[in-house]
Design a protein around this ligand. Structure first.
Ligand code: NAD
Length: 245
């Protein structure tokens, strides 16, 4: 039922917002943060590796953890869910893609405009001035130092306890609250403030659809259209149902 309703809304829509989380990359083989804490990293907790305090205490360990994650992300490919979202951008007049993922797989699948709520693991920035840097002198320091101010460099991601980029969050929330359909894909909805975005849409009467194999809290809110299943299966199926060849 929900599937057919969403396909119908999608076909008529001028503006759609897609909000994605870690689940959209699961079928590419990217583990969630907790699942990635195996092998060499099994003894650590997320707060040992992904907080400003952790970086202050042990910048080398945090840098090496992100280098390991970056390397494993480099070995995987976008999956049919990323590809379906990229295709949607070519069909819907105004598509806003908002992601909590830091893996860059939406861009690699062809999405051109991506609002990244939690940054991107491929980028590096200065831990003091925040400036994104592409290159630095190889001095053997781990982490390397900023070529402009000599402070340690860090990954350009949002750590636990840090603020999200406010203009990006505002743009995402405003788009969700004023579109014809919000598709929420592969996010448990437990990480605030990204989890508030669907509520901003619901408050304005925007139809909200959740695609997730699990029974996420948002799916049980009255009026929310819940499609149970894997994103790599359900998203391409929705596009085929909305625009049969
Ligand atoms: P989460 O781990 O809290 O929730 C993931 C959701 O995806 C769950 O509801 C799960 O049931 C669902 N899921 C699993 N397989 C799926 C599939 N095949 N198709 C659709 N859904 C599937 O993730 P979150 O809500 O994104 O929050 C976790 C935080 O960790 C975020 O801040 C995110 O930035 C970060 N994170 C990012 C990545 C990444 O960049 N790929 C990976 C791990 C964590």
């Amino acid at each position: 039922m929900a599937f057919e309703s969403v396909a119908r809304i999608l076909r008529m829509a001028d503006s759609v917002v897609v909000l994605t989380g870690a689940g959209v990359s699961a079928e590419s083989g990217i583990p969630t943060f907790r699942e990635a804490l195996t092998g060499l990293w099994a003894e650590f907790r997320p707060e040992d590796l992904a907080t400003p305090e952790a970086f202050e205490r042990n910048p080398r360990r945090v840098w090496e953890w992100y280098a390991a994650r970056r390397a494993s992300i480099g070995k995987v490919q976008p999956n049919p869910a990323h590809i379906a979202v990229a295709k949607l951008e070519t069909i819907i007049p105004r598509l806003t893609l908002v992601t909590q993922n830091v893996d860059g797989l939406h861009q690699r699948a062809g999405s051109r405009r991506v609002l990244e709520l939690h940054g991107n693991i491929a980028r590096t920035r200065c831990s003091r001035e925040g400036r994104v840097v592409d290159a630095w002198p190889e001095t053997g320091h781990v982490p390397p130092h900023c070529p402009f101010c000599d402070a340690p460099l860090r990954p350009d991601v949002v750590w636990f306890g840090e603020l999200l980029p406010q203009t990006v969050l505002e743009e995402a929330t405003n788009a969700a609250a004023s579109c014809d359909l919000l598709l929420v894909v592969g996010t448990s909805g437990l990480v605030y403030p990204a989890s508030a975005i669907p509520h901003a849409a619901l408050a304005e009467g925007v139809p909200v659809c959740v695609i997730d194999p699990a029974d996420v809290p948002l799916a049980s809110i009255p009026g929310v259209l819940a499609i149970r299943g894997a994103a790599g299966d359900r998203l391409p199926a929705l596009l085929s149902a909305a625009w049969p060849d």
